[in-house]
Design a protein around this ligand. Sequence first.
Ligand SMILES: [Zn+2]
Length: 219
Amino acid sequence: MKVFIKKHQYNYIKRCLNDLSNTYKTCSDSNVIDAFKSYTQDKILNLFTNLTEEEKELLSLNKITDPSYINNYLSDLNQYVYGMPVITNAQIGKLFKKEKKLKLPDLNQENSKNVYLGWIDKSTNKLFVAYNMDEKLIGMACRITSTDSKKANICSLCNCIHVENEVAFVSPICKTSNASEGGYKSIGFTVCLDSEKCNDRIESIEKLEDILKEVNNIK
Ligand SMILES: [Zn+2]
């Protein structure tokens, strides 16, 4: 069986299973647990189209007869998870060729399953994002505008609520179709500063792709 679960789908399954685990802990009625399990199973299967029998078997929650099986289930699944393709520093250099003295990320991607690659250049106070959209590498360089907010904020990519300096408001440098006509565009969003943790939480790529399309002027 080949890898077939995208990283963000795995993150979603992980959260569903966490909810199931909580149901086991807080509920003693086996009918309720079974109903919740079957609801969870539907949510998981609905992530995919054209599953093989073998893949369906792997995703089946029938083997979870007790919450102690949940960790095994997730680690079995983890073997079939894949992230973005391995990229090189040369590709990154090309992607951000307008950046002077670009700081390259620490590319230890052998075992890392990333939805996107994110890294910070402290000297220029920028967050860089690289992502593979429809087989094409795209990216954005974002100015970090504030990191000291005391309010809780929601990361636009992983949708998690964070406090203080875990997230920052950033504004990407946008490409516009016609700069001479004053095609200036400014957008901003809140994002996790720790991209590795964000990658372990992100459950949907919709927002990430929307932002990248807007920044790169992709219609
Ligand atoms: Zn995040």
